[in-house]
Design a protein around this ligand. Structure first.
Ligand SMILES: Cc1cc2nc3c(=O)[nH]c(=O)nc-3n(C[C@H](O)[C@H](O)[C@H](O)COP(=O)(O)OP(=O)(O)OC[C@H]3O[C@@H](n4cnc5c(N)ncnc54)[C@H](O)[C@@H]3O)c2cc1C
Length: 191
């Protein structure tokens, strides 16, 4: 656990903050650092339990179609993003951008890509996510030399977060990455 995480969890414990609710650097509850189900647990529970699973599927499909990438237990599509929605949308942008990055990038491509990646630790609204990403990017600088290397580097960065959150790791072969982020699976279900 880093010093920042330790002081965050000490603050949470001493102030009896509900589990999962994350405080921002200003000590106030941070909406965009918190999963929606932890932001207002009773409300999220009520709104989800009053819907049938069919409604959930419809809501998710509508939200997906609207480009918000909302999930059934996330905020409604016209509400500010929670940590998960923001994360999902950002990863979508980053992986898709890497998937379409040139095989032989010009110096402008490289510079602009580095600009995007190094902006995240400064500007990403989930401050704790931004801080972790900033530490990782220093440890393992982005490889913007070509499409395949960039896609793999990004996959490894995403896997670092997945591991921290106890999620399964993604296969970082270019075949899997292209299937997920560029070409779609061979069974044609995405075509
Ligand atoms: C830069 C950054 C840092 C973050 N840091 C934190 C943090 O410190 N703490 C925190 O709680 N949350 C963090 N998040 C949010 C977190 O990573 C998730 O986005 C969020 O928890 C929602 O997860 P999800 O299960 O919907 O899928 P996501 O993890 O958002 O993934 C979206 C989709 O990407 C695909 N995918 C998964 N892993 C990979 C991979 N390795 N390579 C390629 N594709 C993949 C899968 O198909 C998945 O459905 C961060 C997000 C970003 C963009």
């Amino acid at each position: 656990m880093t010093d920042a995480q330790q002081s965050q969890s000490q603050t949470q414990a001493s102030r009896k903050i509900p589990p999962g609710l994350v405080l921002g650097p200003d000590g106030k509850p941070c909406r965009v650092c918190t999963a929606f189900r932890h932001w207002n647990p009773m409300k999220a529970y009520k709104s989800n339990s009053s819907k049938s699973s069919n409604d959930d599927a419809t809501l998710a499909a509508m939200a997906g179609a609207m480009g918000t990438l909302a999930q059934p237990n996330g905020p409604p599509p016209d509400c500010p993003p929670d940590k998960d929605q923001l994360g999902r949308s950002t990863w979508t942008f980053l992986h898709a951008t890497a998937a379409y990055y040139p095989d032989q990038p010009t110096s402008t491509h490289r510079k602009r890509m580095l600009g995007i990646l190094f902006a995240l630790p400064v500007l990403f609204p989930c401050s704790w996510c931004a801080m972790h990403f900033g530490e990782e990017i220093q440890r393992s600088p982005p490889d913007v030399s070509n499409r395949e290397n960039l896609s793999r580097w990004l996959c490894q960065q995403h896997n670092i977060v997945n591991e921290r959150l106890g999620k399964p790791l993604f296969d970082c072969s270019i075949k899997s990455l292209d299937e997920r982020w560029k070409d779609g699976p061979s069974d044609g279900r995405c075509d």
